[in-house]
Design a protein around this ligand. Structure first.
Ligand SMILES: [Zn+2]
Length: 252
């Protein structure tokens, strides 16, 4: 499937919406880098390294649309419920986020109104467009995770997350296991947490969904990200063409 993957114009009217919550490290100038040194913005603390590139590679191969956040998770994290304490993190992976300390209610609300809500609205808009055309999109979150966290190595190449509906996640996990990859089932994160975007736009709308997590050292440059986009596209393609194939996977 690699031939012409980046040049062919694939149709957008494919029942597929990719969502990349942590696609960007951008923080507007007015926030003065949230008081952080610039190098932090090249790390996982600010962005899911490689995730946007993987999503773009998926769209190039399969069609559909990718909705990518245009702001850093350090400003506000779109994959958190509004009530979560770490919606706007005051500390991330041991780094104190100076610009997020003791925020006023009005500043919190401004970030919700200016960043969080428009992002979720953009996801809704793409899903609504497809539903209006009589298509039931698969909703796929694309993330990346660090090879190590808290001194623990994370051995998985890729992980799939689900909550009450495991169908798409389990199907893709099986496809990667058949290739001999180390696959996390609800690892490195569980679908009972850090799953807000998929619950909102997938589960609650009755749409097949999963959240994909790729280990970031495997997708740290364009070529590697494109390679993993191809692997994921190959695993996903049969279910895009025929979602009924997923009926063999049970809802837990
Ligand atoms: Zn992420």
């Amino acid at each position: 499937m690699s031939e012409g993957a980046t040049t062919d114009a694939k149709p957008q009217d494919v029942a597929l919406v990719f969502v990349v919550d942590h696609a960007s490290s951008f923080v507007p100038d007015m926030y003065d880098n949230l008081g952080l040194p610039p190098e932090v913005f090249a790390t996982h603390v600010a962005i899911d390294i490689g995730a946007k590139q993987v999503a773009e590679g998926l769209v190039a191969r399969l069609g559909g649309r990718a909705v990518c956040a245009k702001f850093s998770r350090l400003l506000i994290d779109p994959n958190r419920e509004l009530w979560r304490k770490n919606l706007i993190p005051d500390v991330s992976d041991g780094i104190v986020i100076a610009g997020n300390q003791n925020l006023s209610e009005s500043e919190k609300q401004a970030r919700i109104d200016n960043f969080y809500t428009p992002f979720h609205q953009a996801v809704d808009d793409e899903i609504n467009k497809l539903l209006a055309k009589g298509l039931k999109p698969l909703v796929v979150g694309v993330h990346s995770f660090t090879p190590e966290m808290g001194g623990e190595k994370r051995p998985w190449h890729i992980g799939f997350m689900w909550n009450d509906d495991d169908r798409l996640g389990l199907a893709l996990a099986c496809a990667f296991e058949q290739q001999g990859k180390a696959v996390g089932h609800n690892l490195p994160y569980g679908g009972d947490d850090l799953f807000h975007t998929m619950m909102s736009h997938g589960f609650k709308r009755g749409l097949l969904h999963t959240q994909i997590e790729v280990r970031q050292d495997l997708i740290g440059n364009e070529d590697d990200a494109d390679h993993w986009a191809e692997l994921i596209a190959d695993a996903l393609a049969p279910f895009v063409e025929n979602p009924a194939l997923l009926s063999q996977f049970e809802i837990e």
